[in-house]
Design a protein. Structure first.
Length: 281
């Protein structure tokens, strides 16, 4: 299966990441990490709105009941429904060479946030579980924490540490938010590029963007490569299902030396995606 994406939005960004469908407002939301911007694309008007956040931001997650959470270098910033800051939750402020990276909620509404070495050369990052009033380090020794996702039944959790070139899977206890039995779902060493952000479809397949690989690959629940989207940009960063039926796939990209990227692409993957829960906090 080969799918050709089209340009959805010319954002002119530096490092676009973290696409997320906000169903209530019918917006595709994402961030520009290097520019420190929150971006939202209205599906009704086609208008792209930018909010200068004033600091590096790697993920922008909805909160149940209104508002959002922004992952920044060393904190999670909680915003109300009008975008005003309510409070911050510190994250690795003692590790000056680290910053937050990808973040996503599990099906029960817990927020998971990964961190990384800014130089991408030390296993000083971690993967954290965030619940109201608590921050728990669950996986340590991470270099560049990237894609996160859960299987349709909530019994498996996916995680990418990009330099390892593996897509890992854990058994997941949805009642407690506890991952276990970590193992490689896919060793991507034979594929071009590095695995980055990901999304999961209703058939349980995992769609993974490949940085420097010009592609998004689809893997079955058993780890078999079953489809590829050839992206017209060198550095795809992540992907997300969006639209009223979650039937379209948005792909964010980073600007590359060859002049490609920094925009958002779209394709019709032929399968619907899993809804991503908002943070219950």
């Amino acid at each position: 299966m080969g799918i050709e994406p089209l340009l959805l939005c010319r954002a002119g960004g530096r490092l676009l990441e973290g696409p997320l469908w906000a169903a209530e407002t019918r917006q595709l939301r994402f961030v520009d990490i290097r520019a420190g911007e929150l971006l939202s694309l209205s599906l009704d008007t086609g208008r792209l709105e930018r909010t200068v956040f004033g600091r590096s931001c790697s993920a922008w997650v909805e909160r149940r009941g209104g508002g959002s959470v922004v992952a920044c270098e060393d904190a999670l910033v909680f915003l109300d429904a009008r975008g005003r800051e309510e409070h911050q939750l510190p994250l690795e402020r003692e590790l000056k060479a680290n910053r937050a990276n990808d973040a996503k909620c599990d099906p029960a509404g817990r927020l998971w946030v990964g961190t990384m070495s800014e130089a991408e050369d030390a296993r000083s990052g971690s993967l954290y579980r965030i619940e109201p009033g608590s921050v728990t380090s669950v996986v340590d020794g991470v270099t560049v924490s990237n894609g996160l996702g859960w299987s349709p039944d909530g019994g498996s959790m996916y995680h990418v540490d990009s330099p390892t070139r593996r897509i890992d899977v854990f058994d997941y206890d949805l009642a407690t938010g506890t991952p276990s039995a970590r193992r490689a779902l896919v060793d991507t060493s034979e594929l071009a590029g590095f695995p980055d952000g990901l999304a999961v479809d209703v058939e349980g397949c995992v769609w993974v963007a490949f940085w420097d690989g010009r592609s998004v690959h689809r893997f079955s629940p058993d780890g078999e490569l079953v489809g590829t989207v050839a992206v017209p940009a060198a550095r795809p960063t992540s992907c997300a299902f969006f639209g009223d039926g979650l039937e379209r796939l948005a792909i964010t990209t980073a600007a590359a030396e060859d002049g490609t990227g920094g925009d958002v692409f779209v394709c019709d993957p032929g399968v619907a995606g899993m809804e991503v829960e908002a943070f219950h906090g």
